[in-house]
Ligand binder design. Sequence first.
Ligand code: PLP
Length: 459
Amino acid sequence: MTPNSLSNIPSVDQALRELGPSDVPRPAVVALVRRELAAIREARESMDHDSILARLRAALQQLRQSRIQPVINGTGILIHTNLGRSPLGPEVVETLSTIAANYNNLEYDLATGERGGRAAYLEHNLAVLCGAPAATVVNNCAAALLLILRHFTTTQRPEVVISRGELIQIGGGFRIPDVLEAGGATLREIGTTNKTSLDDYTAAICERTALVLKVHRSNFYMDGFVESPKTEHISELARRRGIPFVEDLGSGATMRTEEITGVEHEPTPADVLGQGVDLVCFSGDKLLGGPQAGIIAGSAPLVAALKKNPLFRALRCDKLILAGLQTTVDLHLNAGSDKADGEVAIIGMMRAPVDTLRQRATALAAQLAGLPLHATVGQADSQIGGGTLPRSAIPSVTLDLIPTGLSLDAFASKLRAGSPPVVAYISEGRLRIDLRTVFPRQDAELAIAIKAGAEERTT
Ligand SMILES: *Cc1c(COP(=O)(O)O)cnc(C)c1O
């Protein structure tokens, strides 16, 4: 054996003893230690005992940190896909906990005592919210699109007509052309990136056409030499030729977004259905502010047919999702009425007045006095995020931190490693925490987390 010998490698038991107690279940720690020690043995590189232990600690810490846990979102991005998209408000959380802890009438008709339809109340109210004859729900918008494509395309009619200006990529490698292919459809691309005319649609529709698909450019915008036909005109054409016309709206705002400072108008499901689209699909956890879901709304016979497709069974939602969505939809329907007893969380965050945010930032900055950092109150723009409303920016207030003893990167990383983790961003030589995405109830925790990050000596 050489000096980089295996004799430095502790036994699993010895390593576990030296690591000490952990809040990760023991079998999981044992498996991790085994894996790391085996990798070290295999690499045959020189490592002393302390480095081995440090490597085990780092691996364990990485595993611990990957556990799903609450984080404080200081990024100012409201629908942050990496941070779980839309947070749910107290009314929705209450529903989730009571439904989760009890039996419920998921598929049971309380009037007859027999098997009943799944989520009939939700589907009814969702249809009302969308201004649609009917609506239903699957796992997410990608699943909704997949179901629609699988349902309407056949061997005889495999083609989906879509403008080249709408073959877009959403986040995380989700590309519309790939979904179309996965759905068994053949792409019939028409027009160019910036211009598609009604004639292009007219020329493309043939006996092989299964459906006409429009995809809302939810996460970018085009300006300049741009043209696409009005939805009304495409729907008239599709109707004349007897082809279903579907629009993937993606973000799915049901409220009037333009009433919020700094936010542009986002087409609602009711808008596009009113323009003659047969079916619309959108996400439940973007601007609707509910749990992850894919909503399909529109023509009653088409929605009924989709629900009978065998694939629907594989894509259907869990009872918790249905219950959470049900409360979210009711919050939307009650908004502005005397029955409004709460608000969809994401909408409340969009509307939070700048003055309130500034008061909170000032109070927080005052609490941080005496620490090895400069804390000031700054201004920034919050973004809606989640691939929605790319042009909108809501004026906001930040808590700006400049640590005196360590770099901004090191400070940011310490805050992320804290409990709860704080995700901030660096700009203009400061570490910034946008208070629009921090819940007021988190302010005390945030102050404690910042203190811990600033005071603790780096080891
Ligand atoms: C976000 C988005 C999707 C995907 O929605 P998920 O609910 O995440 O599956 C599909 N289409 C468009 C246009 C989107 O913006």
